[in-house]
Design a protein around this ligand. Structure first.
Ligand SMILES: Cc1cc2nc3c(=O)[nH]c(=O)nc-3n(C[C@H](O)[C@H](O)[C@H](O)COP(=O)(O)O)c2cc1C
Length: 208
């Protein structure tokens, strides 16, 4: 499937076949593609918790307004992020570089994140969101559908998955075999509504 078709056909699906089992190879393929997302300084803040125990799925469903995707998806991933990725051995993210270049990047990373909790948190959300989109597009290409989700109690789910104190939950992604079509696509804002030329006060002319 080419990327334009995957983008066009990805929709948020809410009803999955609870009997469908995803093979370990398919699961690995999807997660491998998530790992190829870009991240600032290649810090790869994402951490993935796969909810595999049916009992935990039931508990999470109760914490998520009883949304059926939680129990019925073949794969349910809590995408988290490490706020301290910037200081958790960042040299391993640049291990292939000669020592001098590695040193320059490590200095830049330190300057960018040290004592900046808001930037550390924002970075987790940026990286996790990019990984989620890779995951959902790869799922589409593999014949699956998906649903990104924030409709759950983050604090309670964090406790259930034993989220480390310096990590944050970004969102969940449910992936499975669709049993019902999604709602018709919502209204899209136009390019004119959302694109500007140099300044917000200048509309962008995109006509030929
Ligand atoms: C961050 C985020 C959180 C979402 N949370 C939920 C959710 O908890 N439950 C749900 O059914 N859909 C959820 N959605 C799906 C949105 O409703 C959906 O993306 C939007 O209506 C656009 O539809 P589409 O994804 O089919 O294009 C979420 C989407 C995003 C991006």
């Amino acid at each position: 499937m080419d990327v334009f078709r995957a983008i066009e056909q990805r929709r948020s699906v809410k009803h999955f076949d609870p009997q469908h089992r995803m093979s370990p190879q398919e699961t690995r393929c999807l997660l491998h593609n998530a790992l190829l997302a870009p991240s600032a300084f290649n810090l790869q803040h994402w951490r993935f918790v796969l909810l595999q125990d049916p009992a935990i799925r039931q508990q999470v469903r109760q914490l998520a307004w009883d949304q059926p995707q939680i129990t019925d998806a073949a794969l349910l991933v809590v995408i988290c992020g490490d706020r301290n990725a910037w200081q958790r051995q960042p040299q391993r993210n640049w291990a292939h570089l000669p020592e001098t270049q590695q040193g320059q990047i490590l200095t830049a990373i330190d300057q960018y994140y040290r004592d900046k909790p808001q930037v550390q948190q924002d970075e987790v959300i940026r990286s996790g969101a990019l990984a989620a989109q890779n995951l959902m597009l790869a799922a589409k290409a593999l014949g699956y559908d998906s649903c990104p989700m924030i409709g759950f109690d983050f604090t309670a789910v964090g406790q259930l998955i034993e989220l480390p104190a310096d990590h944050a939950i970004v969102l969940m992604v449910a992936i499975g075999k669709k049993t019902r079509e999604p709602w018709p696509r919502g209204s899209q804002l136009s390019l004119e509504d959302v694109c500007f030329s140099d300044r917000f006060t200048r509309p962008c002319q995109l006509n030929d």
